[in-house]
Design a protein around this ligand. Structure first.
Ligand SMILES: Nc1ncnc2c1ncn2[C@@H]1O[C@H](COP(=O)(O)OP(=O)(O)O)[C@@H](O)[C@H]1O
Ligand SMILES: [Mg+2]
Length: 1086
């Protein structure tokens, strides 16, 4: 596939499977013809040409040959340029219409199911794809294309041959403007097969729309139409093939409604149409029963009136009117109305006739309505392309009037085909200036004549029978045929005058047989008369006309009582013949394009090619004759340009370029090739080749030549490729070598350079070092000289100046140095002096050892000076206090344990405040001397040694010690100081002291006093001081010892101080042990 896709085709002859054009078939025989078709069919090539006629085989499956890409491929290409395709034909037709202003018609023929309708759609879609674009144009295209689904729904049905068989003939004129843009279209329909409405052959079904409506409509819509979804509820719908596989009725219903909308149907119009369809279904359900009348005749009555009622409601018909129409019929004759009753059979006949008429008129109305929408608006002249898709030739088991009519139509088409192809061929010969030779072919004009001849044609005789008064039956009609057509070669009947068929049992008595161009067909005469009459009782059409439903009214105009027409309406046969006549007239004015469809098998199956079936079709379609006619004179023709282009390589003069006119080139070519002169002829624009053999000879030569050329090209190409490869290698080799050499030289050079540098550096180093050694030596020499010179100069100078130094320099320097040192020492000392506190012991360290003495002396002086400074700030009293304190220190320091605690106490002297205290007023006044100390002391009882029993006031004056009673203030004892010999205290912390009296003094009567005071130190110190100050007296002794003697009266008692035991607490206790011993126990620590 990809291979063939890559190739660019320039001719039908390229990559041909079999032959693409049957005209080139060699040898030409029916077998080879079929073989060629089959071969191509097997390779998916369903299209084959006979000249410009396209044969199409139905593939029965979708092939990928209708894509937009394909459309582009075939667009604007010449007919023979690409492999056969329906698009090529469509393109050719469209282009001659657009460019040459020729009206075209596309005639599609073939059996039912051969693919005619599909082909017509393909042509239309191709034209739609290639013609102009734009909003308006697209709308027209859409409407034209969408008319198909609508007509197919109402006019197509499933038959045994085709699931979507068109049951009407259709001819559509598509109108274009001068640019080739579509303007609109007109559709003509031919003879809808209306008998299908009421009865369908086995395996077939009614028109699609009935099934589509029932399966696709919403529940709501069905209710409105008074229908039920179940097919089996309707007598007119045969059940055996109600659903067709591959057909989705419901979806198609939506498609149809959508298409109707696009085409331009109003919503109410669509509703009316569906109401009519529903009415037909209802009509089918009407049943009749006989009712005996008094005159002994049976009269028909509607059995179940429900369906009738519903139908009348749907169509707005008065029920009684319709009911009556099924029981009576009115015959008008000579201004008289006669009413006759209908029997049951006649009632059924009337019912079916009404149904068929309703449906077929509805169909015709649809076509008219579509035409209203799609017809071109502009009145300007336009070009027309007609597409004819008409039912194909039909041969059934049971053939009736319809088949007869259809086959007649096909005969006519065949005739036009023969006429037009021959004429075309002839015209081309004339056009090209080539002599015409007559050809033998079968002309079916004789068969057409048998059917349509005005005097004794079958149709004319049928009409005659129908119009004849008296009893007319199908048999009388057959009799007539038997007499009149007896001699005709193509007419066969058992009861013929011509006894040839008397014993032909394949020919029943009630039948006649016609030898159509496509084969013999046996027709049963039954129904011919009725169908031709196509009668609808006037009562029925009048009932319809009275309906309150605008569409129905329109469909039955003859029911209008105002327009009673006594003339019989034209018969169906007559009408058909007339319309076929117009159609043929129409077609003959146009340029025909043929598509001949062939059905490959009866099974609707893909890939099956039934030889006999195809052979039959090939025969009756006259395809062989077609080829023969085409080949009669010259089988192949081609315009000069493409011909020269294709074969120019066969001659040296024309290869590779021919500079003159193409015709001359072809002539040169043909002469050079020595083709016999009778084998070809030169036309005006084309060369005509008589025999396909010649063409194949040319083709063969061309192939050979192409192969040689290919070899040549290959050879040259290979040589060129090898050479250029070699050159490239050579060039590369030089480049590589150059680079390598360069690289090697570079390396070598670098090595030499490096070695040179090394050698050079060594030499330079050696030279430099040598130089350096020399320079160093030189420098040393210079230095030595300089040093020697310096020393020498030094010596000289010193020698000269020695006399100036000798005298006092040493002393001066020494003095100066000492001075400086001293200065520095004093200044340092000054700034480093210790504080002014006399107790501060610090002193700066001595800097030099020779200053030892000075330093110590300065320290002593400084200390004295600061003591003096300190003392000089004292007052007289304070000085006295300090003197006392000093004395106390001299007396007690390091001797008595009590002393340290007294240091901090000031010596107040007067503890009792004698002067101020009024208590002692008397006492103080009694003492005329100044009291130096007043205190309370405890006197130790001499007898028992008890303390505290008799506290005494202790007063000290300059002359005496006075002891007074504490309470009374009465002087107890006054001791003149000179009487005191000494004072004794212990070494311990107690406050005991003994005042010892001089022996023999006046005071010594009672003995010594042992007292205890809190201010012992002060008392003793003051006593001592007073005594020392008095010049006339000797100093008072102060004894400090832990054992001393006291004189108590006569006894000398030893007072002994001991360490007290803790049980006595902290207080001092005193105890007289005996006459000799008084023990004072003192606590260890105060
Ligand atoms: N070119 C085609 N490609 C694919 N299928 C086709 C083609 N032509 C026809 N058929 C099939 O064959 C069936 C019958 O074709 P149709 O055109 O309806 O026949 P006719 O109109 O001749 O009775 C179509 O429904 C379709 O399935
Ligand atoms: Mg069809």
């Amino acid at each position: 596939m990809t291979y063939s896709k890559m190739e660019v085709k320039t001719s039908l002859l390229d990559n041909m499977i079999g032959v693409g054009d049957m005209v080139l078939l060699e040898p030409l025989s029916e077998d080879s013809f079929l073989e060629n078709l089959k071969k191509r069919f097997d390779h998916n090539e369903i299209y084959t040409y006979i000249g410009s006629v396209v044969i199409s085989l139905n593939p029965y499956r979708s092939l990928p040959i209708y894509t937009p890409d394909k459309v582009e491929e075939y667009r604007n290409r010449n007919f023979y340029e690409l492999s056969p395709h329906i698009y090529a034909l469509a393109d050719e037709a469209y282009r001659s219409l657009r460019d040459q202003d020729k009206d075209q018609c596309i005639l599609i023929t073939g059996e039912s199911g051969a693919g005619k309708t599909e082909a017509s759609k393909l042509v239309m879609s191709y034209v739609a794809a290639v013609c102009g674009k734009g909003q308006e144009v697209n709308k027209v295209k859409e409407q034209l294309l969408q008319s198909n689904p609508v007509l197919e729904a109402f006019g197509n049905a499933k038959t045994v041959r085709n699931d979507n068989s068109s049951r009407f003939g259709k001819y559509m004129d598509i109108e274009f403007d001068f640019k080739g843009d579509p303007l609109g279209g007109v559709i003509s329909n031919y003879l809808l097969e209306k008998s299908r409405v009421v009865k369908q052959p086995r395996g077939e079904r009614n028109f699609h729309i009935f099934y589509q409506l029932l399966s696709g409509a919403s529940d709501d819509m069905l209710k409105k139409l008074k229908l039920e979804r179940d097919f089996s509820k309707y007598n007119y719908l045969s059940l055996d093939s109600a659903t067709v596989s591959g057909l989705d009725d419901a979806a198609n219903f939506r498609t149809v409604r959508n298409a109707m909308q696009i085409v331009g149907f109003m919503e109410d119009e669509m509703q009316s149409v569906l109401e009519l369809v529903a009415a037909v279904l209802k009509l089918g359900n009407l049943d009749f029963k006989p009712e005996s009348r008094c005159n002994g005749m049976d009269e028909s009555r509607v059995k179940d009136k429900n369906d009738l009622k519903e139908m009348c409601e749907l169509l707005g018909i008065e029920q009684s009117v319709l009911e009556r129409a099924f029981s009576y019929r009115t015959v008008e004759a000579k201004m008289e109305k006669v009413s006759t009753t209908l029997n049951v059979a006649q009632a059924y006949y009337a019912r079916d006739a009404l149904a068929k008429n309703l449906y077929s008129r509805l169909f015709s109305w649809l076509v008219t309505r579509i035409n209203e929408s799609i017809r071109a608006q502009a009145k300007t002249r336009h070009k027309v392309m007609g597409v004819l898709d008409i039912y194909g030739f039909e041969i059934f088991e049971d053939n009736s009037f319809e088949q007869f009519i259809i086959n007649y139509c096909n005969e006519k088409l065949q005739q036009i085909f023969i006429e037009l192809t021959l004429r075309e061929e002839q015209e081309e010969y004339v056009r090209e200036g080539i002599e015409w030779t007559n050809i033998e072919y079968f002309n079916n004009a004789v068969i057409c004549d048998l059917i349509e001849n005005n005097q004794n044609g079958i149709l004319a005789m049928l009409d005659e029978e129908c119009l004849r008064p008296g009893t007319v039956t199908d048999e009388t009609f057959l009799d007539k045929l038997n007499t009149i057509c007896a001699e005709h070669q193509h007419f066969e009947s058992r009861l013929n005058k011509n006894s040839k068929f008397l014993n032909d049992h394949s020919l029943p008595h009630n039948c006649f047989r016609i030898q159509h161009y496509a084969g013999k067909v046996l027709y049963r005469v039954e129904g011919f008369v009725d169908k031709n009459n196509d009668l609808l009782y006037r009562d029925l059409s009048q009932a319809m006309y009275k309906a309150n439903h605008s569409l129905i009214k329109q469909l039955f105009p003859e029911g209008n009582p105002a327009k009673v027409n006594l003339k019989r309406p034209p018969t169906a046969g007559f009408q058909f013949r007339a319309s076929v006549g117009t159609l043929m007239g129409n077609l003959q004015t146009k340029n025909p394009n043929y598509i001949r469809c062939i059905k490959p098998n009866d099974k609707k199956a893909a890939h099956i090619f039934t030889d006999s079936l195809v052979r039959h079709q090939v025969r009756y379609l006259g395809l062989m004759e077609n080829v023969r006619v085409r080949r009669a004179g010259y089988a192949f023709r081609q315009a000069y340009e493409p011909c020269l282009e294709r074969y120019k390589m066969l001659c040296k003069n024309t290869w590779p370029h021919w500079k003159g006119p193409a015709r001359q080139g072809v002539e040169v070519l043909m002469t050079d090739l020595q083709v016999p002169a009778e084998e070809f002829a030169y036309g005006r624009s084309k060369i005509f080749i008589r025999n396909p053999r010649t063409l194949f000879f040319l083709e063969e030569k061309r192939k050979q030549c192409l192969e040689d050329l290919a070899t040549l090209i290959q050879k040259i190409y290979r040589g060129w490729k090898c050479r250029s490869h070699f050159l490239l290698l050579k060039k590369s080799e030089i480049v590589v070598a150059a680079w390598y050499r360069r690289y090697a030289q570079q390396k070598k050079y670098q090595k030499i350079k490096h070695s040179t540098t090394v050698v050079q550096s060594y030499t330079r180093g050696w030279q430099a070092r040598k130089l350096l050694r020399e320079l160093k030596y030189q420098k040393k020499c210079e230095e030595a000289v300089t040093t020697i010179a310096a020393f020498w100069h030094g010596t000289q100078v010193r020698r000269e100046y020695r006399k100036f130094f000798r005298a006092n320099a040493g002393r001066k320097i020494y003095n100066f140095t000492i001075q400086r040192i001293m200065q520095k020492y004093f200044l340092g000392l000054k700034s480093n002096l210790p504080s002014m506190s006399p107790i501060d012991k610090s002193w700066p360290a001595r800097p030099y050892s020779f200053l030892e003495g000075v330093h110590a002396e300065l320290r002593r002086i400084f200390h004295l000076w600061r003591c003096k400074k300190y003392r000089s700030q004292f007052t007289e009293e304070k000085k006295a206090v300090y003197e006392e304190k000093l004395e106390a220190s001299e007396l007690f320091k390091d001797k008595k344990a009590l002393y340290p605690s007294s240091v901090s106490q000031t010596f107040k002297g007067d503890y009792l405040e004698m002067v101020k205290n009024p208590k002692y007023q008397k006492l103080s006044s009694a003492i005329d001397e100044k009291i130096l100390l007043a205190d309370v002391v405890n006197k130790i009882n001499r007898a028992n040694g008890k303390v505290g029993s008799s506290p005494r006031l202790f007063l000290l004056t300059k002359k005496s010690v006075i002891l007074a009673d504490q309470k009374t203030g009465q002087v107890k004892t006054s001791l003149p100081l000179p009487d005191l010999s000494s004072v004794s205290t212990s070494t311990q912390s107690d406050g005991f002291f003994a005042l010892k009296l001089k022996e023999g003094s006046s005071s010594a009567v009672k003995g010594d006093f042992l007292l205890s005071s809190d201010h012992l130190i002060e008392i003793v110190t003051k006593l001592h001081r007073i005594s020392s100050l008095a010049a006339d007296r000797e100093k008072l002794n102060v004894d400090i010892s832990d054992e001393f003697l006291v004189q108590f009266k006569q006894d000398k008692v030893c007072v002994k101080f001991i360490q007290g035991s803790p049980k006595n607490g902290n207080s001092v206790s005193c105890k007289r042990k005996n006459n000799r011993l008084l023990e004072v126990s003192v606590p260890t620590s105060p």
